[in-house]
Design a protein around this ligand. Structure first.
Ligand SMILES: [Zn+2]
Ligand SMILES: [Zn+2]
Length: 248
């Protein structure tokens, strides 16, 4: 990468890839998906300070709390604006919206600790949301985000530090999932749409298999050498994924 200095931190319970992108000359920066555990946002803030970055934007690839939980702390520290697709903006305030009617919460899931098949529960209070396994283990605990400062749509541009990222609306995991494409250096941040050798869950509120297939097909049309930085797991390339992903 010539224009951007990038740092990836793995944060939160799952864990989630949080990317800090800094324009090399201006030091203007953008943070993708700071899905930190409660109290962990300091790790991201420390990295921002170490890079000497001036964070203009926090961009959430979608509205799930494992991608948005650090929004508040980082916004308070940097004054950055929070950007998310219009369809997922309501999830910043109410990430549980529709969740309890989704397959993920109706069907039993294997508890990561005791291994039993149990129904996952949601617990919401004024500033936090938790998902709890049937046997009572906290699977995820997240702080709620402030509302969006700007909502995004397909083919919008996000400009910082001389860099222009294109917003690609890639729904399927959620209604407002986006990928961020930097054509000049063949990079794409794919959130929970395209993952290495896989793709994001489609059993959640707002998920759609049909939309996921269309989004994967769309990403499959990007140049083969494009490096994919997903929301979880390791980086990959469009060419590699086309070999293993039946929808691409
Ligand atoms: Zn997600
Ligand atoms: Zn995720």
């Amino acid at each position: 990468m010539t224009d951007i200095k990038m740092k990836c931190l793995q944060v939160g319970y799952l864990p989630t890839n949080c990317y800090i992108l800094v324009g090399k000359e201006s030091r203007e920066a953008l943070v993708v998906d700071p899905g930190t555990k409660v109290g962990e946002a300091n790790r991201v803030i420390h990295a921002i300070d170490e890079l000497g970055a001036n964070v203009k934007f926090i961009v959430n690839t979608h509205g799930h709390p494992d991608h948005t939980s650090g929004n508040r702390a980082i916004k308070e520290h940097t004054g950055a604006k929070i950007l998310i697709h219009a369809n997922d903006a309501p999830l910043l305030i109410e990430p549980w919206r529709g969740a309890e009617e989704s397959e993920a919460f109706i069907k039993p899931h294997r508890c990561p600790v005791c291994g039993r098949e149990e129904i996952v529960k949601l617990d919401v209070d004024a500033d936090k949301v938790r998902t709890i396994s049937g046997c009572g283990v906290v699977i995820l605990e997240a702080e709620l985000s402030p509302p969006a400062d700007r909502t995004l749509r397909d083919k919008d541009w996000i400009k910082f530090g001389g860099i222009e990222l294109e917003v690609l609306h890639t729904p399927g995991h959620t209604r407002g999932g986006i990928s961020l494409y930097y054509e000049k250096e063949h990079l794409v941040f794919s959130g929970d749409t395209l993952l290495e050798g896989s793709w994001g869950r489609i059993d959640l509120a707002g998920s759609s298999e049909e939309e996921m297939i269309n989004s994967l097909r769309r990403l499959g049309k990007l140049p083969g050498q494009t490096v994919v930085y997903p929301g979880h797991g390791r980086q990959t390339t469009i060419n590699k994924e086309k070999k293993v992903n039946p929808y691409m």
